[in-house]
Design a binder for this molecule. Structure first.
Ligand SMILES: O=P(O)(O)OC[C@@H](O)[C@@H](O)c1c[nH]c2ccccc12
Length: 400
């Protein structure tokens, strides 16, 4: 009940009146009476992924995945949806500030004989992460139209086999006594601009491998990071042996299938964007496809949410706040202190320290905090020889 009330309170304010004829449509100049409208929208996982995927899964008999109904908690979420809760409301109840798409359409709507004028803060993203997500949502909708999931599933058969991402990190950590390195193939970012002018993704990937990286991360977002799925595919096809993380803003299970057929061995799921149910569902899809999931958190709340999810193997602590771009490597330490660190050790979860690592001291600092892996882009991709960049970053040659 409470959730329904809050949804109504959060609904945009609209005014309505009889619409003028088509030829005379205009914005009313006089104040009009107002009422709240309530447009139920299903959570993303149901609307665009879970339920449909679940149905098609059973239709073609290729899998028996039924993630949505598996627990009471999930049933409750479905109930919330049935009584008209919004995706964003479910997310907000988990502390997620990112809205999956603009809350309203254009300010004027014509529905039958009525003209609706929506009065709220409108469709401006609140921060860069929200902007990226809104763009991604539209981009994925377009890509999905061209290649629906059943087509991607056919492509799975000819995809290169998935390799053991987590195993490679553990092995490297054991071999060197230092955190396993996920080296990032990153041309640019919204916060730092272009990092490397002449950018040959395959050459960089090969240099990283030579320099002792355990795994690679390949940015595939084009608009904000100048990455691409072609880069991922090219690196995989060039015979690089390091397992590959597809570094993408995943908002739809479709992207996971796409990453897999392009040669990914792991994908990133961002807890600041995805509610628990999406993370659970997407993790299951990944397991089914043989992919590892790196679940990224930035604060205590996100860490606690992720620690409450069964079967999590790999958690990334981002030292960069994706909403403000602030970088602080003490974030890794903060999130690994006390009970959280203890739980992580008990569950044998590998933690990856992400972003803002430049020196051997930085590596030592996050290692002492409890990470067994690090994800590094800027400091090594900027070097003319990225292999040497790795040696400088660790203060020793980790390829030996
Ligand atoms: O270049 P840096 O500061 O070493 O950071 C690498 C990586 O952690 C960063 O690119 C990253 C972490 N999480 C992300 C999510 C989306 C895009 C990028 C990222």
């Amino acid at each position: 009940m409470e959730s329904v009330m809050s949804v109504r309170a959060a609904a945009p304010r609209v005014s309505f009146r009889a619409a003028p004829s088509q030829a005379h449509r205009h914005v009313p100049k006089f104040p009009t009476s107002r009422c709240s409208i309530f447009i139920p929208r299903a959570p993303m996982a149901y609307r665009r992924g879970s339920i449909r995927a679940q149905q098609s899964e059973s239709k073609d008999g290729s899998a028996t995945l039924s993630p949505v109904n598996e627990s009471e908690g999930n049933a409750l979420k479905i109930k919330e949806w049935e009584v008209g809760n919004f995706q964003d409301e479910v997310a907000a109840s988990q502390g997620i500030r990112i809205r999956r798409r603009p809350p309203t359409g254009p300010p004027l709507h014509y529905v039958g004989p009525f003209e609706f004028r929506i009065e709220n803060e409108g469709n401006t993203p609140r921060n860069i992460l929200e902007e990226i997500i809104w763009n991604k949502d539209k981009e994925v909708a377009r890509m999905k139209e061209r290649r629906p999931v059943y087509m991607l599933k056919k492509g799975l058969e000819s995809a290169p086999p998935a390799r053991d991402f987590v195993g490679a990190l553990k092995a490297s950590n054991l071999r060197t006594g230092l955190p396993g390195l996920i080296a990032e193939v990153k041309k640019a970012s919204p916060s730092r601009g272009v990092l490397r002018e002449t950018f040959d993704p395959v050459e960089i990937a090969q240099a990283y491998e030579k320099g002792g990286a355990a795994c690679l991360s390949v940015l595939t977002d084009e608009k904000y990071f100048q990455g691409s799925f072609e880069n991922l595919e090219a690196i995989r096809n060039a015979g690089v042996k390091c397992p590959l993380l597809c570094k993408e803003f995943i908002v739809d299970a479709w992207q996971i299938y796409y990453a897999r057929i392009k040669g990914a061995d792991a994908v990133l799921l961002i807890a600041a964007v995805l509610p628990d149910l999406d993370i659970r569902y997407m993790t299951k899809i990944c397991k089914m496809l043989g992919l590892a999931t790196l679940i990224e958190v930035h604060n205590e709340r996100e860490m606690d949410r992720v620690l409450g999810i069964e079967g999590v193997e790999l958690i990334g602590i981002n030292n960069r706040d994706l909403e403000t771009f602030e970088v602080d490597i003490s974030n890794t330490k903060k999130l690994l202190e006390g009970k959280r660190g203890q739980m992580i050790r008990e569950k044998d979860i590998i933690v990856v320290g992400e972003s803002g690592l430049f020196t051997p001291d930085d590596i030592a600092y996050v290692q002492e905090s409890g990470v067994r892996a690090v994800l590094v882009g800027e400091s090594i991709v900027k070097k003319s020889d990225p292999a040497k960049g790795i040696t400088e970053l660790f203060g020793k040659d980790i390829s030996l």
